[in-house]
Design a protein around this ligand. Structure first.
Ligand SMILES: [Zn+2]
Length: 594
């Protein structure tokens, strides 16, 4: 009898657990992946967005033709007022359907476009539209722009008005601002202070570590060196961002015996050594000076004789681990049977997207795809950081075209990640660590090539480009006749064309203006408004029910904990009574023989 009662209670409790889970679901449809322009125009006119059949295409106007007819019927050849009003009305109707998703985020994907300033996003959008042959280009839409929630991030550091990627990585991943050039340590640590770096009370834990402690798989993907500032923010505690190998620590007059470099921390320390997927560049900081890199025939940078790649393989001998260094090998990984993957595709940073094929380097999309396949096997979910790291490098060189190309490539990886995951159990956030000083200036006409000349100056009568920088190596002295160089004579089609800079500097600098936070999925609506940069990981932790004690957690986390606790209790009762029942039966059988 006791067993029956408890079995019924067990079934009842189980169904309650099931019902409780179901009630957490809020069916929300956030439109994405449909070309927004097509959807908007079609919604406005009540036409179908489906492609016409072959038969009807020959006899009737295609949806695109109808769309263009509506769009460009204005006498000016531009969109009509009716078109703009219809589009705005369609957008308003779509917006009304959007509901916040207040469910626990099983997965968190954190995209960081390094240096992806607001003008970089705008420029990338226009560049994409013009590259794809749209009539003008400004009407294009990046995938990140389809995300329903948008916020602004204030990027200053503890001690700097304009940030670098080290203090901002600390803010983005640990939830605290800190000093410029330092990573994963509190503002108590001055730049280059090894002794303060090593004190546990000065070390900050990261969201990647919180995810690991909650049983999630973790991954870091970047187009820079894997030991560069942004990825290092997920796993290291370092008083100077340049300490990527032991030789750099020596060069700074510190003892690497006392102060682990970033590469060592990745391989040997928590949480670096537990990261499932590590994809990027930067072999030189992993290899000793006695080993020659097969790609550039240069020696490794380490002076402590450690080959950290071989050591990583040894440490993961029993872990279904793979190491790769070419895109061809990356794409052949059996993701179902690999739990730990290290891919280091370049001695230094991975090549710019326009040049990756020459060195067998992967795209950010390639790496993101493989990472999600491996990480999503974990029933507890995953945390993945993906950095589009070379947007920043291109901007530092005043490479306008390369910067926009990198931003578009970054966006492709975002689209892929979005398509591979479900908003109902995932939070995807796209942001930047800091701004740059590129601007989109002048009064170029609609559809003017974003990489071209805007108009002529009303002072010297000479042309100037739409894209320009406040400073950087693109600065050029006046010609012998005392005038600015005539940029219309330049070849702006070259990817390494350096756009005009107003002030000479070896590298263009970061900017101090705010950057975007695009979000979708679980608790994405919390990432709106103008926020401190270090607020972002707090929302992620809240959404995913992870993070150290003392951090605010969603009420849903309590429900989950109590649900799993009551389920555990019920299971324990069931097991106990099963034992008693068996014992009772055995006793009766034994008794019957007596
Ligand atoms: Zn930078």
């Amino acid at each position: 009898m006791s067993f029956q009662v408890n079995f019924v209670i067990f079934i009842y409790c189980s169904s309650l657990v099931f019902i409780e889970c179901e009630t957490q679901v809020q069916k929300v449809t956030i439109p994405h992946d449909t070309p927004a322009f097509l959807t908007e125009a079609s919604t406005a006119t009540g036409t179908s967005t489906e492609a016409p059949s072959t038969t009807s295409a020959t006899t009737e106007k295609t949806a695109k033709e109808k769309e263009d007819e509506l769009r460009f019927k204005s006498v000016t050849g531009k969109e009509s007022a009716e078109y703009w009003i219809n589009v705005a009305q369609a957008n308003l109707r779509e917006r009304q359907k959007i509901r916040p998703i207040e469910r626990v985020a099983k997965n968190i994907i954190y995209f960081v476009g390094d240096g992806m300033s607001v003008p970089t996003v705008t420029g990338a959008r226009i560049f994409k539209g013009q590259s794809e042959g749209l009539k003008f280009g400004e009407e294009a839409q990046l995938h990140m722009e389809t995300f329903p929630f948008l916020g602004a991030s204030k990027t200053f550091c503890s001690d700097a008005q304009v940030a670098d990627s080290a203090c901002t990585a600390t803010a983005l991943f640990t939830g605290s601002k800190t000093n410029i050039k330092t990573i994963g340590v509190t503002p108590n640590v001055e730049v280059g202070d090894c002794s303060q770096q090593m004190k546990p009370e000065n070390q900050l834990s990261s969201i990647l570590e919180w995810a690991q402690k909650a049983g999630k798989s973790t991954g870091i993907v970047t187009t820079t060196r894997i030991t560069h500032a942004t990825p290092a923010g997920t796993y290291s505690h370092i008083a100077h961002r340049d300490w990527e190998n032991d030789a750099e620590i020596k060069k700074a007059g510190q003892n690497p015996e006392n102060c682990d470099d970033i590469a060592e921390q990745l391989i040997f320390r928590e949480p670096g050594k537990n990261i499932n997927v590590i994809l990027g560049g930067g072999r030189k900081h992993m290899l000793p000076s006695t080993v020659v890199d097969h790609e550039n025939r240069q020696n490794g940078s380490r002076t402590d004789s450690k080959n950290l790649i071989e050591m990583w393989k040894l440490l993961h001998t029993n872990d279904s681990a793979e190491y790769v260094d070419r895109v061809e090998d990356l794409l052949q990984i059996d993701t179902n049977n690999v739990d730990y993957l290290m891919g280091l595709f370049a001695p230094d940073h991975i090549e710019y997207s326009d040049n990756i094929t020459t060195n067998h380097d992967p795209t950010l999309l390639n790496m993101t795809t493989v990472a999600i396949r491996i990480l999503s096997k974990n029933p507890n979910g995953f945390f993945l950081m993906v950095e589009g790291g070379r947007i920043d490098h291109a901007l530092h060189e005043n490479y306008g075209q390369r910067a926009l190309l990198e931003a578009v490539e970054f966006d492709r990886a975002i689209k892929q990640a979005d398509e591979m995951t479900d908003d109902e159990d995932t939070l995807i956030t796209v942001t930047s660590d800091h701004s740059h000083v590129m601007s989109i200036a002048g009064y170029p006409i609609r559809g003017n090539p974003i990489l071209g000349v805007a108009e002529n100056s009303d002072i010297d009568g000479l042309p100037y480009t739409t894209i320009s920088f406040a400073n950087g190596p693109g600065f050029r002295n006046q010609t012998s006749n005392g005038l600015r160089p005539n940029v219309s004579e330049d070849d702006m089609k070259k990817v390494d064309y350096k756009y005009f800079a107003g002030l000479p500097s070896k590298y263009e600098t970061h900017g101090g203006d705010d950057v975007f936070i695009f979000s979708k999925g679980c608790f994405a609506h919390f990432l709106t408004g103008t926020q401190l940069q270090n607020y972002i990981p707090h929302v992620m932790a809240y959404a995913a029910c992870i993070g150290p004690a003392g951090m605010d957690q969603s009420p849903l986390c309590n429900e989950i904990r109590s649900t799993s606790a009551s389920a555990r209790l019920t299971n324990a009762n069931f097991s106990l009574h099963l034992v008693l029942f068996v014992a009772l039966c055995a006793n009766r059988i034994i008794c019957s023989f007596l």
